[in-house]
Design a protein. Sequence first.
Lengths: 343, 717
Amino acid sequence: MSETVIKCESVYKIFGENAKKMLEEANGNVDAKTFQEKGCIVGVNNASFEVAKGEMLVVMGLSGSGKSTLLRCISRLTDATGGKIFIEGQDLLELNNKELIDLRRNKMGMVFQSFALLPHKTVVENIAFPLQIKGTNTEDSISRAMEMVKLVGLDGRENYFPRELSGGQQQRVGIARSLAVEPDIWFLDEPFSALDPLIRKEMQDEFLRLQEKLQKTIMFITHDFDEALKLADRIAIMKDGIIEQLDTPANIVLNPATEYVRKFTEEVPREKVLVIEDVMDTSSKDNLGDLKVSKDEIIENVAEKILTQEKIVGVVDSNNNVVGSIKPSKIIDTVFGGRKDSN
Amino acid sequence: MEYLKKYPKLFQWLFLLAVFFGLCFAIDVPETYKFIRGQAEFIKDPNQSVYFFLGKEVRYYAFDVFWRLPPLLGWLPIWINDSLFFLMNEWLPMEFWNEDTQEFKTRPLLLQISRNLTSFMTFLIELIREILLGGLNTIVAFSSWDWIDANPWAELPGLPWTIVAAGATILSYKLSGKGLALFAGLTMIYISIFGQWKPSMQTLSFILVAAPLSFIFGLGLGIAAYKSKRVEKALYPILLVMQTMPQYAVLVPALVLFGVGDHAAVIITMVVAVPPMILLTILGLRAIPPEVIEAGRMSGCTNWQLMLKVLIPTARRDILIGVNQVIMVCFSMAVISAFIGAKGLGFNLLLALNQLNIGLALEAGLCISLIAILLDKMSLAWANKQTDYFGNLTFFQRNKNVIFFAASFVIGIILAYVGTFIFKGSFNYLFEIPHNKGISTADFWNKGVDWIFDTFFIYIKAFNTWLIQDVLQPMRALYLRMPAVATLVLAVGAGYLIGGIRSALVVCALTLFIALSPWWDRALVTLYMATFGVVISCLIGFTVGTLSFQNKKSAAFMLGICDIFQTFPSFVYLIPVMMLFGITDTSVLIAVVVYATIPATRYTIEGLRSVPVGLHEAATMSGVNKFQRLTKIEFPLAFPHMMLGLNQTIVFALFMVIIGAFIGTEDLGQYILKALSDKNGAGIGLTLGICVAFIGLIFDNLIRTWVNQRKKHLGIS
């Protein structure tokens, strides 16, 4: 695995007056209910994970699950109550104010659910804002901002005010602003939740295109499981401040760790999420028919081809070496079978 | 019994009213009671009772405790007075270096601070005044009188009025465009050719010092309160009282602390103008969505950058309303502070009103109002201005405003120079048109007033007599007929029914303060006048607001009118009513009604506007007609907001009632006015001001509590 950019070690965030003291007394055994009785609310409960360079980690959870709080701990918009957070090896909680500001000015960008644009600034001024805060001169910051305007496809609207834009356009401005300083780490807090379904899909595709190009390290928050499946390299599913499962989309769909996670996976169209590699049989490579499929194909794309075969289909890797096999019946089993009862 | 269960609140109110009226009838008016001699006057009369407290002697007419409470707080004004004098003249004497006499001099600390503060203010005002009008005090401040005597050329010549007018026009054009530029130009020309130049510039110099200082202090304190709960808690009660404190009342303590003149006026204007600025700053900052703040912090803002570039601009709307308020209060005070020796239009206005020269008063009033509107619009345009980064402008285009101003500067000077030849031996009209040497329409107006009087005298008189004899006198008598205990029960009962024990205690404390002061009777008269004004204003405002709401354009138009009327300094309202009704209570009450109708109308429209569109559509689809929609949907939902309007209406009405003392009333305001010329008036003025503020606060507390409950109930908080 490549280098770790974000690393969390048992991060806790507890809201309330005596949060710190209570956390110490709890000795690593935090129970939301007992805390609540004492007037404290547990936001994040013992979160440990790493995000590698260029990886996109999607944190999925319903409202109140603590996903936004977790993100705010990592961006240090709130201070975590306990645990350690490292950004590129630097202990985030040890940074003083100046170092923190430096980190944000150069390494971090963030996109917000309600766009959080400055109402008194035009599109281009909003995008140039982080640069101007850094002290870049007006000419450079505006020309850089104009590049960003083009990148998110808002050319011609640079002098509009946020109130004159649609939701999707506003979020494009938000995205452009967060990218203006060329950050390495990109936080997105439910960026598409406030948008219409069609616009949302368009923005997701756009976002994937951008990420292809930019290869940022990303933490993406969403409450939409489909969105998580579509975008994520890995997904963390949160409930009541606890990370229930952190895994690749395929593993989450195939092997939900808890009952809670399984409920989400039930309605998921597996053929759209899983690739051949996830379901192939690696033990037998004999009696193969003529058809060969790549292990990286999404099932939906090759299902028809496989299902019309009588024989077992071979699975190959990118070098055309056979790495496994798949029976047509396995496809049927994956798509239709074993939904309600656990596999 | 069933009704009792269905409407328990209604029966509680009925019970309260029954108790109130029962008490009113049960307690007789004492035979010795006479209004005018009322309570504690500071005259000796063998019939008076006396008590001593803190070494102060308080004399009063004793009545049955149920009828009128004894003025147990009668010592307070005297005590405040003595304390102020002690602080100013005796407390902490220290040695200070005196520039003029070149030696150390012993002075009390507070006096020294006050003198330093006032001389600083004086310097600022003089500086602007001398740029506009010429003079030499500023230069003296940097040199000496000897130097000036030796170099008589060094006196600042003052700008010709043409340059100031051109400057205002160009600035307006830069800020907003042609419309405002035209308005600015016409205003300046009007001021000049009507011979109001000098007083206008004096007033302007006062405003240009008072308004920015109030803005800075208000914003700063507002930010401090936003950042720290403790500061907010400390500020809040002061803000609350200051919001309802009549402007007259602060004049008197200012006299003691800062003396007489423009500098005292600036300081006192700040005292009045800063609280609303603070409140609106806090309000604006609180309303910022948390994500915007987070976005600012994630952009790497330092605390300063966050405040200056994110928070304040985002809260701009409310802060601008604050600026608007500051300007409004400044102009209002520009007139009122003429009582403590401020120069300018206000002084002329008061003088004209005193001489009953309505025409002159009208001209001065119009000048103040025009400048007020102009400054208001300019500040608004300034805040909304945006930069163009992409315009590929030539040097001339970029600097055209500066170039135009430079050009008009030169032309103005040439014109003024040419003027010295044209108007040889008389006034140089191209430099400055002196007071009373311009065109005046005063005669026209005065003749008009005379004509109205001659023609409609019978009707006006009849109306006047009817109003005073059949409405006002009986109403006043009824208010004065209330025994103190009954009033107290009513107030506390209302507090309890609306807001529970907490409200009851607050209202009880506020009412008791007034009841135990020596001016309970006067407070009742103030209350009766305010009640009359509020009732009529609400009826008018409610009707006008509802009618104009029926059409989007007329609603916007009406709000615009409210804006303009609100910019008029409160004193200006007295001019037209005095024109028509002379010096009577009717004049005061009509001014009160006109003034207080503004918030009533505004809040009605805004309240109706705030009803969600979805509900309109839902109602229309259920087949209601326009009238049903109004009564069943819009009024109930808009009612809480309209009640806030009532709150404002009460405050406005109280203000105007107090200002009406200038015409001659017999309420608290009259005593405040009297305190102005009393050398021991500071304590009296302040206590009276607090009394008026408390009347406002009683209603404020009740209405706000009710509105909050109602909003929670309707789910629109």
